[in-house]
Design a protein around this ligand. Structure first.
Ligand SMILES: *Cc1c(COP(=O)(O)O)cnc(C)c1O
Length: 367
């Protein structure tokens, strides 16, 4: 530890930094490439919803004015759409910020947070940042989340459980039956956060809507985002839905203007664009089927996904494959960050991007 790092709060120096998907601009600069396809951060390949784009252009004119920190209009509109009272919703600077806010609101130093391994690394970072103890529960051999083991890990010090459904990076879901059996085992002193960032991509009818558990009065908070199916990742709008007591606590420590003005305008308009959501969903489902077929042709094992990304086993050193793919103008997420040294997590792109990816993959793997 460096001299100055000793001044950090306890535990901060031990946190492994978040590894984001490599930005397109970096790869262009480093390798002198003009055309680069990023399939590393589960971004929407169709861009933002056209309705959102138009609203955001207009909102730029008032960028000198602070946003409405409470996101009153957005909460009303989203509440009406989801049949939830607006007082049960809090918005922040992306769902990532919501996750931080949840850890800050509920976790005391020394209390335990349980999550699956692998799952979304923000859960771990946010909990460690407030001095909580992180308990990791490995996924099953088929990569589904082991809810039985998660429940078995609960102690009288467990305050939070982050359950990512569908899970990132595995793409798998926990079914309604599994989630309900799990919730029945969760004690009163424990809050379950259902991260539903990818819910709109799910096709499996066994997938549960977490809002049902919020409405039923369970200790459940649902967190969601406009970054994925709505294509607004750069605008940073995420939200949580829960009992107003939970949400009220989060609102007390939320940054005053966490959700920016342009993003709010975009999200508001995006909520009207059901046609866009359907188009993204349908293209994604078809893209998944195409990639499955190609992986099978190439003899590469993969995990069936309910999201806009797929975990695939390249059966070669993924660090090398990652570098070689980059030279072909394709950025994927290498699996070694989740201790999966031959796996890649690849975002489903447009049909053209998917074909380019498969051609590059074939070449790089020597298949
Ligand atoms: C992308 C993602 C989020 C949300 O991202 P924001 O852009 O911060 O809203 C949250 N959880 C998971 C699991 C994700 O993959």
């Amino acid at each position: 530890m460096g001299e100055k790092e000793k001044l950090f709060r306890r535990g901060i120096a031990e946190i492994k930094p978040y590894v984001p998907g490599k930005p397109i601009e970096d790869v262009q600069r480093e390798l002198g490439l003009t055309e680069v396809i990023k399939l590393a951060s589960n971004e929407n390949p169709l861009g933002p919803s056209p309705k959102a784009l138009q609203a955001m252009h207009a909102a730029l004119e008032t960028a000198n004015i602070y946003p409405d920190g409470a996101c009153t209009e957005l909460a009303q509109k989203l509440g009406a759409k989801l049949n939830v009272d607006p007082s049960w919703i809090v918005f922040a600077n992306g769902e990532d910020n919501i996750i931080t806010l949840i850890s800050k609101t509920f976790l005391n130093e020394g209390e335990e947070m349980i999550m699956a391994d692998p799952s979304f690394s923000s859960f771990e970072i946010s909990a460690r940042a407030v001095g909580a103890k992180v308990v990791m529960v490995p996924v099953r051999p088929d990569f589904t989340t082991d809810l039985g083991a998660l429940a078995a890990a609960i102690t009288d010090r467990t305050k939070l459980i982050f359950l990512c459904n569908p899970n990132n990076p595995t793409g798998t879901i926990s079914t309604r039956k599994e989630v309900e059996a799990f919730l029945d085992k969760v004690p009163e002193h424990t809050i379950v956060v259902l991260d539903e960032a990818y819910k709109e991509f799910v096709d499996d009818p066994e997938y549960p809507d977490g809002l049902n558990y919020v409405r039923a009065g369970r200790n459940v908070i649902v967190s969601r985002t406009f970054s994925k199916i709505y294509g607004l990742a750069g605008l940073r709008i995420g939200y949580a839905i829960g009992h107003p007591d939970f949400i009220g606590g989060m609102k007390r420590i939320r940054e005053a203007f966490a959700a920016n003005r342009i993003g709010q305008a975009g999200a508001l308009a995006a909520l009207d664009d059901d046609e866009f959501v359907k188009r993204v969903h349908d293209m994604n489902s078809a893209g998944r089927d195409y990639l499955y077929k190609e992986f099978e042709r190439l003899g590469l094992p993969y995990v069936k996904s309910q999201t806009n990304f797929i975990l695939v086993d390249t059966k070669q050193d993924i660090k090398r494959v990652f570098q070689d793919l980059q030279r072909e103008g394709i950025i994927i997420r290498p699996g070694h960050i989740w201790n999966l040294p031959t796996y890649a997590r690849v975002t489903v792109g447009t049909p053209e991007q998917n074909e380019k990816f498969i051609r590059a993959l074939e070449k790089v793997l020597g298949l």
